[in-house]
Design a protein around this ligand. Sequence first.
Ligand code: SAM
Ligand code: DTB
Ligand code: SF4
Length: 323
Amino acid sequence: MIRNNWTREEISEIYHSPVLELMYKAATVHREFNETGEVQVCTLLSVKTGGCPEDCSYCPQAARYHTNVKTHKLMEVSEVIEAAQQAKDSGSTRFCMGAAWREVRDNKDFDKVLEMVKGVNKMDMEVCCTLGMLTPDQAEKLKDAGLYAYNHNLDTSEEHYDKIITTRNYTDRLGTIEHVRKSGIHVCSGGIIGLGESENDRIGMLYTLSTLPEHPESVPVNALVPVEGTPLENQEKVSVWEMVRMIATARILMPKAMVRLSAGRVRMSVEEQALCFLAGANSIFAGDKLLTTPNPGTIEDMEMFKMLGLKPRKAFKEELIEA
Ligand code: SAM
Ligand code: DTB
Ligand code: SF4
């Protein structure tokens, strides 16, 4: 049964249960609702890099921090299509374009992004964007261009939010998620662990996500990639058990969602990633770069899939065509 009325107490009990018990339960829910052994492979492309006015303290693309990220204006449509083709050729079924914007503005750049969405959509890949805040009208335009999903993370709990970001608030975030939902685009929303948040904050974020009127179709779970020059550059690495707890709890609360083992895989062994798949993760970002930071390479991931007997998942769109 899919529930949207979880309580913080119930979530805390699940999150804190003995880890082997938690994994068993999550694996059971996963088996019941999804094809275990199938992992969705997504590719990210930073279509506009750096120079962002926001102050997200984890982010290498915020203009105010001195990081090694080179700023780049919005890419050309043809360059993006070429990158999408490469992603498709290497087995990705979802292509996600990210822009270091606070929000979308109604200007030529947005028109260009709409062209990118149309182009990737024609290639029979699921097309996703993460561009910052959206108005209802902008969400409609993206939907009309063929956008399949929109990524907009809550990142942390409502209580912890202003310790991480001060240039916008939780209500802004939830507003965009609502506009995306209303336009009929799939919602992709999750967060980051390792920002110095408490376990209660992690539970709080999962509470907000799992009590939305409809669960997000994808829930990315990122481990902070600490980047030199950002306020969080010296944060300690999260242990694999914290990732496992987060992924397993998300899987139990939101049984049908794609739970994505997102940033942080470069610092995880194959064994650690396998624990995350067992705990219910069924999606990854592939390719040697996330937006600006490194990610395991395609060959490494192919070897991992072979070793673990995992199969890349077909695009949902493809399934619809075949049905
Ligand atoms: N600017 C848009 C926004 O913030 O919504 C879209 C791009 S932003 C880079 C997308 C997401 O990347 C953030 O919400 C955050 O969850 C994640 N992210 C950014 N920097 C990260 C880091 N150093 N480690 C892990 N995740 C990170
Ligand atoms: C998400 O939750 N993780 C991805 C994607 N959504 C856009 C981004 C991770 C970014 C990690 C830092 C970087 O590479 O710049
Ligand atoms: Fe800008 Fe997004 Fe980075 Fe925040 S996370 S600084 S909004 S690019």
